[in-house]
Ligand binder design. Sequence first.
Ligand SMILES: Nc1nc2c(c(=O)[nH]1)N[C@H]1C(S)=C(S)[C@@H](COP(=O)(O)OP(=O)(O)OC[C@H]3O[C@@H](n4cnc5c(N)ncnc54)[C@H](O)[C@@H]3O)O[C@H]1N2
Ligand code: MOO
Length: 421
Amino acid sequence: MNCGCAEVVTPGLLDLFDARARMIDAAVPVAGRERLALDEAAGRVLAGDALGDLDLPGVDNSAMDGYALRLADLEDAKAKGRGLTVAQRVPAGAGVLHLPRGGCARIFTGAPVPLGADAVVPQERTRIDAQGHVHVEGEVSAAANIRRRGEEARAGERVLAAGTRLTPAAIALLASHGIAEVVVRPRLTVALISTGDELIEPGSPRVPGQVYNSNAAMLRALLAQQQCRVLDLGIVDDTASAVQEALIVARDSADLVICTGGVSVGEEDHVRPVVERLGGIAFHGVAIKPGKPFVFGWLGAGAASGTPLIGLPGNPVASLVGWQLLALPFVHGRQGRPPAPLQHYPVAAGFSRRGPRGRRELLRVVLDWTGGAPVATLAGGQGSHMLGAASQANGYLMIDANTHVEEGHVYGYCPGTQFLG
Ligand SMILES: Nc1nc2c(c(=O)[nH]1)N[C@H]1C(S)=C(S)[C@@H](COP(=O)(O)OP(=O)(O)OC[C@H]3O[C@@H](n4cnc5c(N)ncnc54)[C@H](O)[C@@H]3O)O[C@H]1N2
Ligand code: MOO
């Protein structure tokens, strides 16, 4: 068994895609909005549509360093065996000029195309004769190398929709419209609780049997990637009273509570009974390996008014998978982002392997492109306590329940990049 443990397939586990749909349905966007300078808004989510009040480009301009000309003048000059006189020089930032009849303009990339010119010829396709006249090689089509006013955007149009996460390209787009401030959703405050008597924090001395708390380090990094504010309540003992005390603090101070460990079925696993006492359980158990004992519930009087709670399994890779496949779409929904389907596309396996009964398996893999087409290879040991493979993998190979992997056969590959933004 991958877990290094005796596996019991529990009846009534939710299908991965049903569980994901339930997380997405339950995600109510947090209230409020914040106005931020563009420089402070990277990674944040727009609270409303961003509208532009400019045509982009603002004027017809050149896509090349070269010569702007009137095609009729070029034809005429060619017919007479002459070149065109350079009548103007137009650098980027210049005003819009008028091209005199019979002349052409020396022009640079981004510079306004003079009125009357109907094409730009790159300088590599020209020859300058002893009199300084410009001769053009080959055919020139109308509108060649002219970037038209408004071809990218029109004044009054929506630049970005509400719910868009501000990637560096989105920030650049807003800046290109002259927008210096944006209105974004507030950061989510997420309370983090690590349950387990065996846990100690990295940096402290360890005695045999103790385990360094890697889940909290991982989740702090994952939450920071999502611009969440983390309220880390630290390590909590495996007792019902300690778990209850921590959950009450978390409930009262966060938009979402995430705890790790203590969600399985042993008598040391207190999360489920305490959550049932303080609120309720929406579901517990998803047919995935790793990540099976995932819990989703709430703390408070009802699912709608309470603080949502996600209980991730203690095994570190199960925690990571639970975050990426189930918790992340919920966080995105609370941030007001539109739901995104789980991306997966067919890739051949470069190995054979027995599959687990009753659960979809998410194998940590690396794509090998040396043969031209991608082949998925195992990134390392697949135990749900083994972070090495998870740290090397660039995605998951998703194997249906009760299916044995056969080398050369094709399975769904979920690229890891989809979990980053
Ligand atoms: N009888 C059964 N036992 C188990 C089942 C089952 O169905 N029946 N499911 C197994 C599966 S699958 C998983 S996954 C684990 C999940 O268990 P818990 O969420 O209750 O987690 P713990 O028991 O507290 O810990 C499991 C494992 O993970 C280590 N751990 C916990 N927290 C951290 C942390 N913050 N950082 C690093 N490592 C952590 C812990 O030391 C244990 O080794 O249950 C199986 N058992
Ligand atoms: O092995 Mo468990 O499936 O890690 O979640």
